[in-house]
Design a protein around this ligand. Sequence first.
Ligand code: TLP
Length: 350
Amino acid sequence: MTDTPQPIIDLRSDTVTKPSPAMRDAMARAEVGDDVYGEDPTVNRLQEAGAALVGKRAALFVPSGTAGNQLCLRAHTEPGHEVIVEGASHIVRYELGAAAALAGVQLHWVPGRRGLMTAEQVEAAIRPKDAYSIQSALICLENTHNAGGGTVYPLATIQAIRRVASVHGLPMHLDGARLFNAVVASGVSAADYARHFDTVTFCLSKGLGAPAGSLIATDDRLLLERIRRFRRMYGGAMRQAGILAAAGLYALEHNIQRLADDHAHARQLAARLQQIPGISIDPETVDTNILFFDVIGAKWSAKEFVAALKPHGLLLNAVGACSCRAVTHLDVPTEAIEQAAEKIARVLDR
Ligand code: TLP
């Protein structure tokens, strides 16, 4: 007798989601045109819908979250400027040094608590305006904060940072790759978060389930034209991109509220993992769809543990010597959470 093969449970990231049949249908039916001429009606509709959703005047479709962040960094700064950013943020850790390589800026890392900076820390990081100091030019926040554990920024903290930014005349950029996770978890609207930022990026391709694409939203049309020029320069202008934009529109229409399920699944997984000997996790730290836990005891490194789980059909990311990351998303149904916990318990028990 052969075992029926179990479906793979992929908790490496919410980037692994695949377009659903209904999303593919919307993509297949998309009206398209050449977006470099501004003639793709579906891209135009997506940009309008995305801007409205975050309460901004205009938005621009870009291929990825990294493109969104880097285009904004480039457009807000000049080479030789400094950007204030939390030390474990995606811009610092996971964009391959693009801020230095492409924008020519220096990053001033502020050590946050679970990825969150305070207004006092940001103020202390602003350079004096004198003959020797590098010029502070931009403040970047990440909400939710990925490496902080899917952390949601309290609105009051953002408001306090904005007050500091305004006193010093500095613009603010939000890496809102998972902005809608923050919206659904906190009940704060996207527009209420976004109003404190000059530029906001958010991804259609993570928890929202589109195959690719992000939006940059802003009230400043001149700045958006500058970003559009850099998008072309960086090779990120696409032509009949309406096929992708249709997936983005579908994602905005259907996949925001359901992020609450992913958050419930993450909490459920954390509660189960807490019961497993050999795992250390604080379920209190699970705000949204990302959870970190440690494999304790001398037996496994996180890398070995993740490799041992793979043949059991469970995929996780090792992110430190003994730390693993699990991310819930729309391709992970409720029953997979208990199955994932069982696989972890079984491998640790071996
Ligand atoms: N995050 C990915 C990896 O790159 C680490 C993941 O699996 O979580 N901002 C934030 C906060 C992100 O988490 C990511 C992707 C991005 C930007 C970049 O988005 P993409 O991958 O579309 O360039």
